[in-house]
Design a protein around this ligand. Structure first.
Ligand code: XUL
Ligand code: CO
Length: 438
């Protein structure tokens, strides 16, 4: 098998002063941060769909990037070429995981039995490559949004036949995830949502999604899947209203339908910002509910209201992300670059440059988050801010031993309370800058 990325060697760490375009400037995989090497803090994953399949098609123009990898598209030869390209790519970057949708791997046939046969064949080949290289699967999923049959969703569809087809795809994607030893299985809501209430029974649709998820959990556990299921929240796009709007909504849904023991969340930066939150907010909401599972590492553009899936370069965001991850004691999932190079960045070098940028941005975020924690000023401030609950009436409130009448009597005796201490936001933002740019 000949090399696909011919003029690109193994990507080396050359330090922050290096000037080579295809080198790491911050990601130094064996460097120890807070007791663990960077590569353990940051289990990076390649997204099969963007990296090996997406050519830069948008609604105004056809693809600009050639992802044929020397084979004719739409053939099994091309599916194998993508495996070759993907493993060479991951090895050269030192990426240890990949994520996939079923239809990223093989061309879909008219008959699902033929698609499944193709999936068996390609996953045998992937397993060989995984054994050779030590590269692993982070998570698998089924694409239940691309084919027109899913125009009204998969679990939320009005058609029982389409619902069954979705079940068949999930079953196969679970088989593949288990075969490839995946750590997790993702449900991104795809088209689970609605455009107008004039034609939609929201309650019924949500119950049906939950039923499908329960069946998926039961099947997966029966074939030995011990990993986590993930919901990946997103507020809109493709549907106007998506049911998994944000972390808080998804957590409420999981609890309502008794799915919270099997599921965690896969938080995508650009989805959180589309929901009007910061990336850090959705990470924190997941973490405090014990449901921070995995991360789709990308970023959006504050000037555009859609899911641009850019490679992350915003170090403020990656720092606050890694701050949440470190405080959470790490994550059981990983960091999947659900990101694509911009349409005019269409070369093979650009594919590498995108991942180098993302990996360096998260490495820098990790370094800076650890420094913020070691510095301690932010943690100290937050602790002190709530000190009034550590003794006296505050401690009584927290212990649950106070009644409303008792608090009212306390307030009457006290007179007007003093203003609470300053939030000192500007000072704290200065601390972050000081650590980022020292
Ligand atoms: C779409 C998206 C998906 C999921 C997997 O916005 O993020 O690619 O990550 O289906
Ligand atoms: Co995603």
């Amino acid at each position: 098998m000949s090399e696909i990325f011919e003029n690109i060697g193994k990507i080396q760490y050359e330090g922050a002063d290096g000037k080579h375009a295809l080198a790491f400037h911050y990601y130094d995989k064996e460097r120890v941060i807070m007791g663990k090497p960077m590569r353990e803090h940051l289990p990076f994953a390649m997204a099969w769909w963007h990296n090996l399949c997406a050519t830069g098609v948008d609604m105004f123009g056809r693809g600009s990037a050639d992802k044929s990898f020397g084979a004719r598209e739409g053939t099994m030869e091309h599916a194998r070429a993508k495996v070759d390209a993907g493993f060479e790519f991951m090895e050269k970057l030192g990426i240890e995981y990949f994520c996939f949708h079923d239809v990223d791997l093989v061309p879909e046939a008219d008959d699902i039995r033929e698609t499944n046969r193709r999936l068996d064949e390609i996953s045998d080949y992937m397993l060989e490559k995984m054994k050779e290289t030590g590269i692993k699967c982070l998570w698998g999923t089924a694409n239940m949004f691309g084919n027109p049959r899913f125009m009204n969703g998969a679990g939320s569809t009005n058609s029982a036949d389409v619902y069954c087809f979705a079940a068949a795809q999930i079953k196969k994607a679970l088989d593949l995830t288990v075969k490839l030893g995946g750590r997790g299985y993702v449900f991104w809501g795809g088209r689970e949502g609605y455009e107008t209430l004039l034609n939609t029974d929201v309650k019924f649709e949500q119950e049906n999604i939950a039923r499908l998820m329960r069946m998926a959990v039961a099947y997966a556990r029966s074939i030995g899947f011990t990993g986590d299921f993930y919901i990946e929240p997103k507020p809109k796009e493709p549907m106007k209203h998506q049911y998994d709007f944000d972390a808080a909504t998804a957590i409420g849904f999981l609890r309502q339908y008794g799915l919270e023991k099997d599921f965690k969340l896969n938080i995508e930066a650009n989805h959180a910002t589309l929901a009007g939150h910061t990336f850090q907010h959705d990470l924190r909401i997941s973490a405090i509910n014990g449901m921070l599972g995995s991360i789709d590492a990308n970023q959006g553009d504050c000037l555009l209201g859609w899911d641009t899936d850019e490679f992350p370069f915003n170090v403020y965001e990656s720092t606050m992300c890694m701050y949440e991850v470190l405080k959470n004691g790490g994550i059981t999932g990983g960091f999947n670059f659900d990101a694509k190079t911009r349409r005019p960045s269409y070369t093979k070098e650009d594919m590498f440059a995108g991942y180098i940028l993302g990996m360096d941005t998260f490495a820098l975020g990790l370094i800076k988050a650890a420094e913020l924690i070691e510095d301690g000023r932010i943690d100290d401030f937050v602790r002190e801010r709530y000190l009034s609950y550590q003794s006296g009436i505050g401690a009584k409130i927290v212990s649950g031993g106070a009644s409303l009448a008792e608090l009212a009597a306390y307030a009457e005796k006290m007179g007007a309370p003093k203003l609470p201490g300053s939030g000192r936001q500007e000072y704290l933002e200065g601390v972050v800058n000081q650590i980022l740019f020292r």
